[in-house]
Write a protein of this length. Sequence first.
Length: 528
Amino acid sequence: MGHVIGIDLGTTYSCIAHLAGDHPRVIPSLEGFPTTPSIVSFTRGGETLIGDLALRQAIANPENTLFAVKRLIGRKFNSEEVQNARARLPYKLIEAPNGDVLIEVGSQQITPQEVSAMILGYLKKCAESYLGEEVRDVVITVPAHFGDHQRQATKDAAAIAGLNVMRVINEPTAASVAYGLNRKQNGNIAVFDMGGGTFDITMLEIGGGVFHVLATNGDSYLGGEDFDQRVLDWLLEDFRKDHKADLSGDKLAIQRIKEAAERAKRELSFTQETEINLPFISASSGGSKHLRKVLSRSILENLTADLVEKAFPLVERTLEESKLKPDQIDDVILVGGQTRMPLIYKSVSEFFRKKPNDKINPDECVALGAAIQSGILSGELNEIVLLLDVTSLALGIETEKGGYERIIEKNTTTPTKKTKAFTTVENNQRQVKIHVLQGDAPRAAENVSLATFDLVGLMPAHAGIPQIDVTFEINADGLVKVTAKDVLSGKEQKISVHPSSGLSRPQINVLIQKEREKRAKEITRGKR
């Protein structure tokens, strides 16, 4: 068996790792960096740039430079999250015929899955260059609160990139494995994971090689991008007051300010103040205008304090769901680049009344944990490690008048199996429709539809007499199987829930073939 790699496909940065002996190692990008910007850019000359090359020219080409695509993947165009992103992003989002998101770049329309596949394809190339052999198999990580559609969309992106996904695991779980491998202590661990686009909080119990997730929660729109936006908005407002000029419609200026805002935010993790200096940011009949401003750590903290505070109700809820109190947490792990912010470090320390563990790199630990899991699956790792994860969202079916009945509750340890009894609502009803849903909202329409099937051939009876047992089963890979059985007649109907990413199987096959042809051309050119 060839190398199996671990990939952390991040909102702003991605990272790859592999198992070297008994220890995971980060694989550098082709430019020699440990992480790769999750950015794809289409140049006016027809080139596609990925990673650092795309980042370097983002200022000059904002409309054709795609970033933060992870926030769009597996979502519907009309969702609140996509509409919030649409208002901020310099590139254009449109609605696909099936209601999904499409990104319009010049004359072409591409899906978030295709953009993610380009990033994954580049990471695959980095791994192959480093390891000196073709890489096919991968363990890939996703935010713990990702729904099935988002997970499937990520798997489809990997397939388009020529990768075989052996396992999808949650980012906090991967980070805890990287933390816990070869450590002898057991106990309760909190993983506070805030990256570029998403926030996860997970409570785990580690003991005897078993990593047992107790509860997890998250927010898909809470991360470094939101902190950057606060600085950007502050700079725009200040420039408006000083120069009586509005830069919000100038995409080139916005991209320059956005990069400067992110750079300043990073610097303020290590210094008390920094200067943002952007000469010739705009021009008018009165001449050129320059943006020059000193940003202090205290100003940054005032601008973003509510974003930090927004995380802690989720922390409290996760503790409650795991039946733990803050003083029962033995160690806290910070994951994701945004957790380098001193205010976050301070807030987490005060909440748990202990300093977070700083012995693992927050930018690399998720990929390292994925690499460890790859070693477990491939048989390379001798350590006995068992991951017991949980369902991040509840699963159930639609009931009378648009109601929603949970069958598997959120934070249920997987694999799992549970049955609930239902009945008919009409006399002599001969069939029932089973509508499988995922989510925590009280009404069916507010949750995500996963599948629909009919149980036919019911024995005629008065309403309320038949007993229909609905069974949900989730295996270790997260595959959901639903069975409906009429106890009286013995009639049974089963379905394996394969959530769609928005792309049909034929569409995915076409994209896979295109990617193969592209790689073949690259190999041919390289041999000349």
